[in-house]
Design a protein around this ligand. Structure first.
Ligand code: NAD
Length: 293
């Protein structure tokens, strides 16, 4: 059964020779708020435990989601081998100084109750904060690769010029760039820049936080194919070779979002014009985002 589940989800090759399951489970807001409390961890662990039970083997968390503890508790309770679950977490905006990168990574391992993290991302570049020193933040993150507690390092919300800058400064290419992408916001410049560097694209808020589900073209394709709008959108990502981790707290939706590999969208479906350009962006613009939790 385990082999069957693991075989269903394709792996995407990373530029350092490692792989990542293309479909994962997003943990932002699976608990009532971002507070790191035992009560929140118990709620998150129950929902994430359901995801593992369904067959999800890739979990996306972050220092600033407050869900690292719940992720760790769910993995521990699942009985799965540690290497059967791919765990991504992200550096909080408050932790960009090199000393804070190192200290907070130690705390992250503690929170997760793990000895090793599969992927650690710089959550936001914050070009208007820290005197724009995200290059030194990136250098400190890549130094974590040396002692085996971190398997891969990547970035999130990086625009083309941000990628150029850290690669020029360190020579180390991130393995992924986790950026906002969904059918109404194809984020072409950041996707193409990532691919040019050999960086895999992770699409955050793959369902546009639910806002894209009512798009009339998506609804029509869903009716034609006998699938739900969520499945159509997630399959669109899969065929674009995006890595995705939709979030839901409802068991039925979590199951539905996992069933993406028994159908295909046609060339015409994939060519349907859905992109609204910059107007389709839902989240903040990484060039100006400066939120400090
Ligand atoms: P999402 O696009 O996954 O949408 C989630 C929402 O869609 C749910 O709350 C629910 O309302 C709806 N939904 C989910 N499945 C559904 C279904 N089958 N049918 C109907 N409605 C359904 O939004 P998200 O949680 O913002 O993004 C997913 C993950 O991406 C997050 O959990 C997080 O891990 C990551 N993320 C990262 C960043 C970043 O800056 N790196 C930002 C946002 C999110």
């Amino acid at each position: 059964m385990k082999e069957m589940i693991e075989a269903m989800i394709p792996d995407i090759a990373l530029n350092n020779g490692k792989t990542i399951p293309q479909l994962g489970f997003g943990t932002l807001s699976v608990q009532p708020d971002r507070q790191d409390t035992a009560a929140n961890a118990a709620i998150a662990a129950r929902i994430i435990g359901d995801a593992l039970q369904i067959g999800y083997r890739h979990l996306d968390t972050a220092q600033q989601y407050g869900t690292e503890r719940g992720v760790g508790e769910a993995i521990a309770a699942s009985g799965l081998r540690r290497d059967a679950v791919f765990v991504t977490t992200k550096l909080a905006n408050a932790n960009h100084r090199p000393d804070d990168v190192r200290r907070s990574f130690d705390e992250t391992l503690e929170e997760l109750g793990l000895e090793q993290v599969d992927l650690f991302l710089m959550h936001w570049p914050l070009p208007t904060l820290y005197d724009g020193a995200y290059g030194s933040t990136w250098r400190a993150m890549t130094e974590l690769l040396a002692d085996g507690r971190l398997r891969s390092a990547g970035v999130s919300n990086f625009q083309p010029d941000h990628l150029d800058r850290i690669i020029d400064a360190t020579g180390v290419v991130p393995v992924v760039n986790q950026i906002e992408v969904h059918p109404e916001f194809s984020n072409t410049a950041a996707v193409e820049a990532s691919r040019r560097h050999g960086i895999a694209v992770e699409a955050w808020s793959p369902l546009g936080q639910g806002k894209v589900l009512g798009n009339p073209a998506i609804v029509r394709i869903a009716a034609d194919r006998g699938k739900s709008p969520a499945q159509i959108i997630l399959r669109w990502h899969i065929q674009h070779e995006h890595i995705v981790f939709p979030k839901s707290t409802h068991l039925k939706r979590m199951q539905e979002n996992f069933r993406l590999f028994d159908f295909e969208l046609s060339v015409d479906d994939m060519a349907t014009a859905l992109d609204k350009g910059e107007a389709g962006r839902i989240g903040p613009n990484p060039d100006t985002f400066d939120w400090m939790p």
